[in-house]
Write a protein that binds this ligand. Structure first.
Ligand SMILES: Cc1ncc(COP(=O)(O)O)c(C=O)c1O
Length: 427
């Protein structure tokens, strides 16, 4: 196959005008499987995972990435990432069960997340989670109680809140003191002393996660400084700290113009390794977006084109129920027609979905070749926080998901049936 490489990367190309992902013509997939439809290039996902693992191994052999399951939780995706050597970073009992259903060993799971419940902690203890990232004194009490009943020990890391501004969208900025995340260093030290008194708890790490879609690497260095100072204090207290977990958060380009500024895995690892108190301390990361975002597209079909007073609306069959990010974070996603290239002379459209909310939009003032009913559009860079944030609002069935691997296509999730949406309801 020939064709010029496109944004966001060489896994996309156009052949005779037709948009291809991983060597597969996207209009054929829309025709065969219907729309809305999520499609992921698993070769791309695997190569991103391998790339980051290589950078981490250059720090030391025990350094490792744990994929943030919340970004893309389809079992097939988790299986592919685990087979590339990634552990899993989960934030709920549901995500633990998902990983176990994939066949992932609980030892390969880090349990992060604010407000873990008693049941979730007991589940984590029962299955033998690799490390609990502690975010509150209450979690320690729950963990001690659960371990006591089970007669087990657990490895824990303390998530500190470094009071660092990740310089990202306010709704995904998690490192400031005013947010609910982590423990401030003073409280963290009190919790650490308590942990050190309990023989069933092994204080093996310090963690931090300052937000998502971050481009400014200095923010990771600033957080890393706080983490390292805290880890050194713990080491002085005799804590067996063997790893630092600097979370996820690396930003990805959503526009061609951002590609040159988007930080590389190497630059990220160089920035976060400043958090290590010793050369042989393992560096853990919890990337989600940077592994999977650019591998995925959401395909949607134009239902009709409607002229407003000052705008043209492309009304499409996907909306905030399939891709919430524009409604939630004003997130930009580049949109391509699957059969025609965008040119400078194109018209501009607001690409909007069918849900009865003004915020149900996918693109604003987006240049697209003259659209008509039935045309298929690809919403790019939708591989992360797309399907996992999808909802059934307006009693809409969630879309199917496909994986492309070595140019062949696999259905990895069927579209939901409508009747399954009220299956649990009772008169
Ligand atoms: C604790 C934790 N780790 C990792 C991540 C993944 O972040 P990202 O997808 O930006 O890499 C998140 C996402 O918010 C998170 O809350």
């Amino acid at each position: 196959m020939t064709g010029e490489a496109l944004f966001p990367g060489p896994h996309f190309s156009r052949v005779n005008g037709d948009l291809h992902l991983g060597g597969v013509k996207l209009s054929d997939l829309a025709e065969k499987y219907g729309t809305p439809l999520y499609v992921y290039d698993f070769d791309r996902i695997r190569s991103r995972a391998r790339h980051l693992a290589k950078e981490l191994h250059a720090v030391n052999e025990r350094s490792r990435a744990f994929f943030a399951v919340k970004a893309l939780s389809n079992l097939s995706a988790l299986k592919a990432l685990h087979s590339e050597g990634l552990g899993m970073d989960v934030v709920s009992g549901g995500e633990i069960e998902r990983c176990l259903a994939t066949g992932i060993n609980a030892r390969d799971i880090v349990f992060s997340g604010v407000a873990k419940s008693r049941d979730e902690i007991s589940l984590g203890v029962r299955v033998g989670i690799g490390c609990f990232n502690i975010e509150s004194p209450h979690e320690v009490d729950l963990l001690i109680a659960s371990l006591g009943q089970a007669g087990k020990k657990a490895r824990v890391a303390l998530r500190i809140n470094p009071d660092v501004d990740g310089k990202t969208h306010e709704k995904i900025n998690t490192g400031l003191a005013e947010t609910k995340f982590g423990l401030n260093p003073t409280l963290a030290m009190t919790v650490a002393r308590k942990i050190l008194q309990h023989p069933c708890l092994i204080l093996s790490g310090v963690s931090s996660h300052i937000g998502s879609q971050i481009f400014d690497l200095q923010t990771f260095r600033d957080a890393g400084h706080e983490v390292r100072e805290f880890a050194k204090n713990l080491l002085e207290l005799g804590a067996p700290i063997d790893h630092i977990d600097m979370g996820g958060g690396l930003g990805v380009a959503h526009r061609p113009g951002e590609l040159d500024n988007a930080p590389t895995f190497k630059a990220w690892v160089d920035a976060v390794k400043t958090s290590l108190p010793n050369r042989d301390t393992a560096l853990h990361l919890e990337p989600g977006r940077s592994i999977v975002a650019d591998s995925g597209v959401l395909l949607t079909r134009v239902i009709e084109v409607k002229s407003g007073d000052s705008k043209k609306f492309a009304l499409v069959d996907a909306g905030m129920t399939e891709l919430l990010r524009p409604a939630l974070y004003d997130a930009y996603h580049r949109i391509e027609h699957v059969a025609r290239e965008t040119t400078d002379n194109d018209q501009r459209y607001d690409v909007v979905g069918p849900v009865c909310e003004t915020s149900c939009w996918l693109g604003e003032d987006e240049p697209l070749p003259g659209l008509s009913s039935g045309d298929v559009l690809a919403i790019l860079t939708s591989g992360a926080y797309g399907m996992t944030m999808a909802s059934n609002y307006n009693t809409r069935a969630k879309p199917a998901e496909l994986a492309i691997e070595q140019s062949s296509v696999r259905l990895i999730r069927k579209q939901e049936t409508l009747s399954s949406l009220w299956e649990l309801e009772r008169f």
